[in-house]
Design a protein around this ligand. Structure first.
Ligand SMILES: Cc1cc2nc3c(=O)[nH]c(=O)nc-3n(C[C@H](O)[C@H](O)[C@H](O)COP(=O)(O)OP(=O)(O)OC[C@H]3O[C@@H](n4cnc5c(N)ncnc54)[C@H](O)[C@@H]3O)c2cc1C
Length: 100
């Protein structure tokens, strides 16, 4: 943060010293293949997992919420969630990155 401020001041000295008004930091949660997990836990009965949304959640958040609700309540999923299965990291599947 300091480095960015000092760099900005050096580039635009006519604007004077830069003061930070607000700052935020957070954990980037991604899976090894950068694809979320939306699934029932393979190990714990009754646990539903929805994680790894960094990089995706803005776009698919509403749909993910609907799918997670269906997983919890046993409702109609309406989507093939196999790409989001938790077991892809343990069933011998190759790690497959999404298109960049
Ligand atoms: C560091 C980071 C980087 C990310 N980068 C990206 C990215 O580049 N691209 C991308 O697509 N996604 C990214 N994501 C994921 C994305 O931000 C989330 O998936 C998305 O914002 C989820 O939207 P949401 O509306 O479901 O939940 P949120 O955006 O979390 O909204 C939930 C809201 O509910 C409020 N709330 C919680 N409890 C209560 C309560 N009891 N009463 C009232 N209000 C309540 C919270 O304050 C919050 O405002 C990133 C996430 C993180 C943490």
């Amino acid at each position: 943060m300091n480095r960015a401020c000092r760099g900005f001041e050096a580039r635009y000295p006519e604007l004077g010293p830069v003061k930070v008004k607000a700052a935020w930091a957070g954990m980037i949660d991604t899976m090894p293949d950068i694809v979320p997990v939306i699934d029932r836990s393979p190990d714990i009965e009754g646990l539903v997992i929805g994680t790894g949304m960094s990089g995706h959640g803005f776009g698919i958040g509403p749909g993910v919420g609907r799918c997670l609700a269906a997983l919890v309540t046993g409702g109609e999923l309406g989507h093939d969630l196999s790409r989001f299965r938790a077991s892809r990291f343990t069933d011998g599947s190759a790690i497959r990155l999404p298109p960049l």
